[in-house]
Design a protein around this ligand. Structure first.
Ligand SMILES: [Zn+2]
Length: 371
């Protein structure tokens, strides 16, 4: 069984003036409280939860006697998280200012919010804790979101948290609702092996079928980015270099999404589980040729694996990791291991049994067959 966690963003549908004011008040108080907690932590010199609680509880309860305790707790915890990341930045001697909470958020959990469907229709409602007791609000799912939710069995579907905030862009109160559901695990003896590398980013194979994700186009693109950065470096245009860096990150992420989506679709069609190499060793295994620019070495394979695992589990497909030793040297026909089995980057020729194949295919088959 896999537990899949997802977040959807929904609009609170046309609240009355009174309810709108109430939501506004909750967010204002949340902002005030968060700033108060952060300042307290600054003067206490600690972000220890027990100490922060002890030092602030009475004061907060006196200032906001009607404010729900459950919300005070989540605001305090979120302030602690925010403060900790601020301190981490300072420690790395990066520029950071004390968090201001100009667009405050309130996190509701299962004690302070409930989501339910009204009878005989697809209307959904939330009930939220407020200083005036529980308030019921209609929410609006998009048709895409509704299709997803209606497709999940009610039994395993659980709504965990909801973050209330005001979207300045939409000019609406919105909720980011996190939900969980369970997916039955596929049982099968088929294994799809995935070989990751730089010439082919991913080769995924089941017996008799192989698919390549060639790296050439992306490598070209990244070479271009590297070149651009080098030129800008000479001119000392640091801001521009940074912006190219994040552009490249976005590009890599897009490609990784595309590759992982295709791999999982393939494994699903083949009714196969997925087997990959433990990443720590991939870098050692890949033989970099001088032709491959240094800049190209940092393809984010770990991100790709995380995407594959997440998407596969959502389909009930288990993902296993294996020790990658010898996957590229071993002959998948006879099992003979020798460096000379791979005379060229993309060519495999077993010196013992004469088996020949694309080297990545051979590696992907070995990955699939290792237990
Ligand atoms: Zn052989």
């Amino acid at each position: 069984m896999f537990t899949i966690k997802k977040t959807i963003c929904v609009k609170i549908f046309e609240p009355t003036k009174i309810k709108e004011r109430l939501l506004g008040d909750i967010l204002t108080i949340s902002g005030n409280l968060s700033r108060f907690y952060v300042n307290e932590m600054e003067s206490l010199g600690t972000s220890n939860k027990a100490i922060v609680h002890k030092e602030t509880y009475t004061k907060v309860k006196c200032t906001y006697p009607e404010f729900p305790t459950g919300l005070i707790q989540t605001i305090r915890d979120k302030s602690i998280e925010t403060y900790k990341s601020y301190k981490a930045l300072i420690k790395k001697s990066k520029k950071a200012t004390l968090p201001q909470f100009t667009n405050p958020v309130v996190r509701y959990d299962c004690r302070t919010f409930t989501l339910y469907k009204s009878e005989n229709s697809f209307e959904y409602f939330v009930s939220l804790s407020t200083p005036k007791g529980r308030v019921r609000l209609p929410i609006q799912f998009g048709s895409f979101q509704l299709n997803i939710l209606n497709g999940l069995s009610d039994k395993s579907l659980k709504f965990c948290t909801a973050e209330l905030k005001f979207s300045k862009r939409l000019k609406h109160y919105i909720l980011n609702i996190t939900y969980e559901y369970e997916v039955e695990e596929t049982t099968t003896s088929n294994v799809c092996g995935i070989d990751l590398g730089l010439i082919n980013y991913a080769v995924f194979a089941v017996p008799g079928q192989i698919n390549f994700f060639k790296g050439s186009k992306s490598n070209q693109k990244r070479k271009h980015y590297a070149e651009l950065r080098r030129k800008l470096g000479k001119k000392k245009l640091l801001k521009k270099i940074k912006s190219i860096g994040s552009k490249e990150q976005r590009y890599m992420k897009d490609v990784n999404h595309k590759i992982s989506g295709n791999i999982v679709k393939f494994a699903k069609n083949q009714k196969a589980i997925i087997q990959m190499e433990k990443l720590t060793d991939i870098r050692e295994r890949i033989n970099y040729t001088k032709k491959l620019n240094k800049q190209l070495h940092n393809w984010n394979f770990r991100q790709l694996q995380i995407f594959i695992e997440y998407k596969a589990n959502a389909e009930g497909i288990p993902v296993l990791y294996i020790d990658p030793r010898n996957t590229s040297r071993k002959c998948h026909k006879c099992g003979h291991i020798e460096k000379n089995n791979r005379p060229r980057q993309n060519y495999f020729h077993c010196v013992k049994c004469g088996f020949t194949s694309n080297a990545d295919y051979n590696a992907a088959r070995n990955i699939a067959e290792t237990f």
